[in-house]
Design a protein around this ligand. Structure first.
Ligand code: HEC
Length: 142
């Protein structure tokens, strides 16, 4: 019974293009690695999840900076340099490097623990699959 339910769930994920959350979660083991979670990340689900960012961030090319900087092209971009006219904090500028998937994952899990002193007043996204979906969506917007 269990195995067939799981098979049905996997089939459902295939039919919905990976968009069914419960089915996708069923495919992940209890302690998936970041790479495993990213492998089933779904940009369409991330697009829906971006609603929790949209009060502060636009994502369209040429979109305005709001409370936070426009995020078009931020995936892979140097940290705190994607929008030169945005007033990034010294703390975020000092974070350095580029926004890889791994670094976005850490940041989105808990911005203020990752970069103490940041003004991104956002508690973070606790769920790894939701973060992966968001990252997959950001990756399509560049
Ligand atoms: C309450 C407003 C707010 C919310 C909600 C918010 N952010 Fe931010 N975000 C900011 C601010 C402000 C900064 C700039 C922080 C700094 O300079 O320290 C920022 C910075 C960022 C950066 C770095 C940008 C760069 O150019 O280096 C990323 C990536 C980012 N946010 C992603 C997200 C995502 C994805 C979400 C939703 C899951 C989100 N943010 C939710 C305000 C917000």
């Amino acid at each position: 019974m269990r195995a067939s339910a799981l098979l049905a769930a996997v089939g459902l994920a295939a039919c919905s293009g990976g968009g069914d959350d419960a089915a996708r979660r069923a495919r992940l083991g209890p302690n998936p690695t970041f790479a495993q979670v990213m492998r089933i990340a779904d940009a369409h689900a991330g697009r829906r999840q971006f609603g929790q960012c949209a009060a502060c961030h636009s994502l369209a090319a040429g979109g305005a900076d709001r409370n936070g900087p426009n995020l078009h092209g931020v995936f892979g971009a140097p940290v705190a340099q994607n929008r030169p006219r945005f007033g990034y904090t010294d703390a975020l500028q000092a974070h350095g490097g580029r926004w890889s998937a791994e670094r976005l994952d850490t940041w989105l899990a808990n911005p203020r623990a990752t970069v103490p002193g940041t003004t991104m007043a956002f508690a973070g996204v606790r769920d790894p699959l939701t973060r992966a979906d968001l990252i997959a969506y950001l990756r399509t917007q560049r």
